[in-house]
Design a protein around this ligand. Structure first.
Ligand code: ATP
Ligand code: MG
Length: 377
């Protein structure tokens, strides 16, 4: 089987690693320059999307911000999964919000803003405090504003107006601020036959708007809520592949924050913690193979490596720790890799996270240090 991935970042890289044992080969389309590359080495394999489409058995995507004419080309080939509609919903918050409403899943009250008058209506309808997000192009908390005080309305409007004017079809989605206790996400796969296999929920900690720590949790009541919403969203899209839902946990009630029509950073823990990892299950789904078990085999957490390209060597000798580098050039704040850490019995994962806090730099890994402080308090 040959799979072409749209996007050539770490998600395509990890799909490629997971596909090899099943004889599933990947090549990746670098959207920024049009090259077809090997997802592990970034070696240029050729150029021209048409050829790559013709040579692929299946086409999929590793991210949602893909120009629509490219999506249309892929869709026309009849090989693209999950679907253009799913990718567009993940890449445009207006479509995403409408999708959530149509699927009947709870999400924060919202309004779409194109003009200053729309902003006034949004303030009346949604209320202050509110979170304002660009409809297109947002990721890792970028393209967002917080309106907490009416005194800031005009200042924020000027910035939003610039954003709206900066690209075609751009708008702002105003969302009610949700005073959540924590954030969780559900990653799962839906096969061509409609079968669904979801992983245990992950609890997610963000640092400066970027995911920093993600831990698989066991919470029966939340898991059931999340699974129901997953089935509703995936079913409404007739989705095939891995899909992630991000939630706010507000007093034990889940609200969907957003969806990601792809493998997700909060599912990286599955590489060590689940019987079949999310990357393999995505490939199985889009290739029409049976889904693999999503059973938790070891309590596991994932720590993002942000803006660092070296780690203390002793980490490699720590039991239960696995490092995954992405082979990227160092840049401040960039996702450079992740560490998966597992424990075999109750309390062991927590102790190992505390041991990691001893060797990891406090400025680079604040979430691990915060965890260790809370745990030992
Ligand atoms: P990512 O790519 O990391 O998922 P993003 O840029 O797509 O981020 P969101 O997930 O929508 O953006 O928002 C980033 C973070 O901002 C959320 O994880 C959450 O902590 C906070 N946030 C977003 N929307 C709200 C809201 N309505 N109320 C409260 N906090 C919010
Ligand atoms: Mg998010």
């Amino acid at each position: 089987m040959h799979v072409l991935a749209l996007g050539s970042g770490q998600l395509a890289r990890m799909m490629s690693l997971a596909g090899a044992p099943l004889n599933i080969e990947l090549s990746a389309y670098d959207v920024s320059n049009g090259n077809i590359v090997h997802p592990l080495t970034q070696t240029v394999l050729g150029s021209g999307l048409d050829n790559a489409i013709a040579n692929a058995d299946v086409i999929t995507a590793e991210f949602e911000h893909i120009p629509h004419h490219i999506l249309d080309l892929c869709e026309q080939s009849g090989k693209f999964l999950p679907s253009t509609a799913a990718i567009k919903a993940g890449g445009d918050r207006r479509i995403e919000k409408a999708l959530l409403d149509n699927a009947g899943v709870r999400n924060a009250k919202y309004a779409v803003i194109n003009t200053r008058e729309d902003f006034t209506h949004a303030i009346e309808h949604v209320g202050i405090p509110m979170v304002l997000k660009s409809a297109l192009g947002g990721y890792d908390g970028k393209g967002q504003w917080r309106l907490k005080d009416a005194a800031d309305i005009e200042t924020i409007w000027l910035q939003m107006a610039d954003c709206i004017a900066s690209s075609d079809n751009q708008a702002i989605v105003a969302e009610q601020f949700v005073p959540f206790q924590r954030e969780v996400s559900l990653v799962g796969a839906r096969g061509k036959d409609g079968s669904i296999a979801v992983y245990p929920l992950a609890e997610n900690v963000h640092t400066n708007g970027v995911l920093s720590l993600s831990t698989a949790i066991a919470d029966q009541a939340l898991q059931e809520q999340a699974q129901q919403m997953f089935a509703a969203v995936a079913g409404s899209l007739d989705y095939v592949g891995v899909l992630a839902l991000e939630f706010f946990d507000l007093d034990g009630q889940l609200l969907v924050n957003e969806i990601a029509p792809r493998v997700h950073n909060s599912g990286h823990w599955t590489q060590q913690g689940a019987e079949t990892c999310q990357f393999e299950n995505h490939l199985r789904a889009v290739c029409g193979l049976p889904l693999g078990s999503t059973k938790l085999v070891r309590e596991t957490a994932m720590i993002n490596i942000l803006g660092e390209d070296t780690l203390p060597a002793e980490l490699l000798s720590m039991p239960g720790c696995h490092i995954h580098w992405y082979g990227k050039e160092k840049r401040a704040g960039r996702k450079m890799g992740h560490i998966n850490v597992s424990g075999d019995y109750s309390g062991e994962l927590q102790r190992r996270l505390c041991a990691l806090a001893e060797v990891l730099d406090g400025e680079a890994f604040p979430a691990v240090h915060d965890f260790a402080k809370q745990f030992s308090a």
